[in-house]
Design a protein around this ligand. Structure first.
Ligand SMILES: [Zn+2]
Length: 413
């Protein structure tokens, strides 16, 4: 007997082409979506064994995807402090808690973009085996960086073509799902230089070649334009943060030529920790006040970045957003919906646009576009059910009623 399920709700947001289906239904067999559409067309299965669930004033959408998190790292902690003050055992337990929080917030897939040892792989396997609650986890394991480079205390330090190749191969032995390489310095690693490239194009290309040979994609941490340009030239798959910092790490030096190349190659810009969480906290505190009541520096910097994001999308660059949770960027591990709120309410993105940048776009970016990200036949039935209608009020994303993983109820009722 095939396991069948039928879920009906006030509406569906399919995650494709801004589609909203009023009074919609999803039919699931063996953990996969077999049909999704108007309830007048997608009918309940005939078998009496099929379970039927109804959510009336609610919306079903694809489970959210946060393509840049650090499940095992505490908020607001520099990398050296994390390495010095948190034991291996504590780090792993932090990851267990974070995994549960992420799932409860409707995020059904994450990409863990740096953890020490094999922690992220262990968490991934524990979720798959049903030992702990959590989202599907794609793990980079340890990042690859230069000696004294960004995240060095928990990375493989590699300083030449030969060394980066060896690091990739070592990570393959450690069972990673993708490779994370640090193309520039980073904010949370004192002594590293955000605006400057850490690797040559040749070294980055060696990472890409070897990773692709093993069927793994490559995410490059890149804040400065110098590193972004080299990463794009080297054929990196996803550029993390992509903040276009100038060589002094202060101003912005947007390179339109590089953005055009990203569009041509399909290189993804994954704006992790953009917008920064401070914006929402200050926004919350300011309550009814306008943004102009907030510190001018942060607001104008962030506004400028959003203009660049919009420019890049116009050029055809694939764009998604992520929290970078754990790394002192966002508030906690339940915050992807709050990031969505900021993008709609402060950056003037359309709600359906934002939802697709947190579902279909990251699914493509992480190489799971054929299995995740939309409500379409053949996709894994990872579903988020929220009260209300996020297409008209994005804050509805905070009101999680239920989360399904592969057609199985994991959160709520
Ligand atoms: Zn990060």
């Amino acid at each position: 007997m095939m396991e069948e399920m039928y879920i009906r709700a006030g509406r569906l947001i399919t995650g494709a082409d801004h589609e909203v289906v009023e009074d919609g239904a999803v039919r699931i067999e063996e953990g996969k979506i077999v049909a999704a559409g108007p309830a007048t067309e997608v009918l309940p299965p005939a078998g009496a064994e099929a379970s039927v669930v109804r959510y009336d004033d609610a919306t079903i959408l694809p489970g959210l995807i946060d393509a840049h998190v650090h499940l095992t790292i505490r908020r607001g902690e520099t990398v050296p402090r994390h390495a010095a003050e948190v034991t291996d055992e504590q780090a792993l337990l932090l990851g267990v808690r974070a995994a549960r929080q992420v799932l409860a917030a409707g995020v059904t897939t994450v990409r863990d973009c740096a953890a020490r040892g094999r922690h992220a792989q262990a968490l991934r396997d524990a979720v798959e085996e049903g030992i702990i609650a959590g989202p599907r986890i794609l793990a980079s394991g340890k990042p690859i960086t230069t000696t004294a480079g960004h995240i060095w205390p928990i990375s493989y330090e590699a300083d030449s073509v030969t060394e980066v190749r060896r690091a990739v191969r070592q990570l393959v032995k450690e069972g990673v799902d993708f490779i994370k390489v640090c193309a520039t310095g980073g904010r949370m690693t004192p002594g590293s230089v955000m605006g400057r490239a850490q690797y040559s194009v040749e070294e980055l290309r060696a990472v890409v070649e070897d990773a692709h040979r093993f069927g793994l994609h490559v995410a490059a941490h890149a804040l400065g334009t110098e590193g972004i340009v080299r990463a794009v030239e080297a054929g990196i798959d996803t550029i993390e943060h992509c903040t276009w910092l100038d060589l002094d790490s202060e101003g912005v030096a947007f390179d339109e030529e590089a953005a055009r190349m990203m569009a041509a190659q399909g290189t993804v810009a994954n704006f992790a920790s953009n917008p920064p969480w401070q914006l929402l906290e200050e926004y919350d505190e300011a309550a009814d006040q306008s943004l102009s009541a907030q510190p001018a520096g942060l607001v104008s910097r962030v506004r400028h970045r959003w203009q660049l994001v919009k420019r890049m999308r116009t050029l055809g660059v694939p764009v998604c957003f992520a929290t970078d949770s754990g790394y002192g960027a966002w508030r906690d591990f339940h915050d992807l919906s709050y990031l969505a709120q900021v993008l709609v309410e402060q950056a003037d993105f359309e709600p359906l646009d934002v939802i697709e940048m947190l579902t279909a776009a990251p699914a493509q970016a992480i190489g799971w576009g054929d299995r995740l990200g939309t409500l379409a036949p053949g996709k894994i039935a990872d579903l988020l059910v929220v009260s209300g209608n996020p297409a008209s009020d994005i804050r509805a994303l905070h009101q999680v009623q239920a989360v399904y993983q592969g057609g199985v109820l994991a959160v709520g009722s």
